[in-house]
Design a protein around this ligand. Structure first.
Ligand SMILES: Cc1cc2nc3c(=O)[nH]c(=O)nc-3n(C[C@H](O)[C@H](O)[C@H](O)COP(=O)(O)O)c2cc1C
Ligand code: SF4
Ligand code: SF4
Length: 262
């Protein structure tokens, strides 16, 4: 018996939740969805699999959608998902459930929690006492979820705002390839290359010790948030805005996850 959690995390919130749930499960591996999708079938009656990831645009991050669509899951697998979001999760769990149902499985346990928002193109990071409070609450919820999952509890998806989520997710992802053209790098850049390393889809190349975006961005904002010099801006919108990174996660954790299980 052993379980696997597949996670996606740009700024660490989902990774810290995945780790917390894994602690409560027997023999649980954690695998990044930014690494290669397993070719072999996964799961089975004694091998639950889980998905932990953020909500993007009231729905599934594209990377998560692609990963779930590709994943080959054995029939009879207990599947679970635990999402996190800055304010509103819409029908994200339902969207994942639909993908799984096409494979003959479904989410036996579905839950979500509010975490600090990281969408710096819209707002700056919350103050640290607010961040701490949200993280503490989400760790409690993750423990609760781990206990339920370990006992095979059934908590299926409650569908919610299905049409709104579908339309918003599709609409807001429009123009994705040109989106990264607004990234700018200021003089403070030291050429350390961290932005390129944390990018989940290798969308940044270092040229003459400066990042250059390659126009296949997922909009996860990891690059701008993890830059140690705050040298990256998204047009004028992000100037002076406080950055967000989960305080319990390092850039190395994000980088390591792309190439190996944690
Ligand atoms: C592109 C993008 C879109 C987002 N859309 C939503 C959203 O629709 N609703 C919401 O509540 N939070 C939204 N967020 C906030 C994230 O879901 C939230 O901060 C999450 O905890 C980040 O997880 P991570 O640290 O694992 O990357 C969005 C963040 C990004 C980067
Ligand atoms: S992470 Fe920041 S300082 Fe390092 S190369 Fe990228 S932009 Fe420059
Ligand atoms: S370029 Fe930046 S925002 Fe785009 S996918 Fe990579 S890390 Fe995320």
């Amino acid at each position: 018996m052993g379980s696997t959690i597949y996670y996606f995390s740009a700024t660490g919130n989902s990774l810290t939740i995945a780790r917390q749930i894994a602690k409560g499960l027997e023999n649980c591996k954690i695998q990044s969805m930014a690494a290669e999708t397993p070719h072999e079938p996964v799961g089975g009656p004694d091998n639950p699999i889980g998905f932990v990831f953020p909500v993007f645009y009231i729905g599934l991050p594209r990377l998560v959608k692609r990963f779930a669509q590709k994943l080959n899951i054995r029939k009879g697998t207990y599947c679970f998902a635990f999402i996190n979001f800055g304010g509103y999760g819409g029908d994200t769990l339902g969207m994942l459930d639909d993908i799984l149902k096409e494979k003959g499985v479904y989410l036996s346990y579905a839950a979500g929690v509010r975490m600090p928002g990281n969408s710096i193109v819209r707002y700056q990071a919350s103050a640290s006492h607010v961040v701490q409070k949200l993280i503490k609450n989400s760790m409690d919820k993750a423990n609760e979820a781990a206990g339920a999952i370990a006992n095979g509890k059934l908590q299926p998806v409650k569908r919610n705002a299905t049409l709104l989520s579908k339309m918003a997710n599709r609409g807001l992802y429009k123009g994705i390839s040109e989106w990264d053209e607004k990234f700018e790098v200021a003089g403070e850049c030291t050429g350390c290359g961290l932005c390129a390393k944390v990018c989940p889809v290798s969308n940044i190349k270092m040229e003459k010790r400066r990042p250059v975006w390659q126009h296949h961005c997922e909009r996860c904002l990891a690059c701008i948030q993890w830059c140690p010099c705050e040298a990256i801006e998204y047009g004028k919108k992000t100037i002076g805005r406080r950055r967000y990174r989960n305080p319990d996660i390092d850039a190395e954790d994000i980088i390591k996850g792309r190439t190996q299980g944690i």
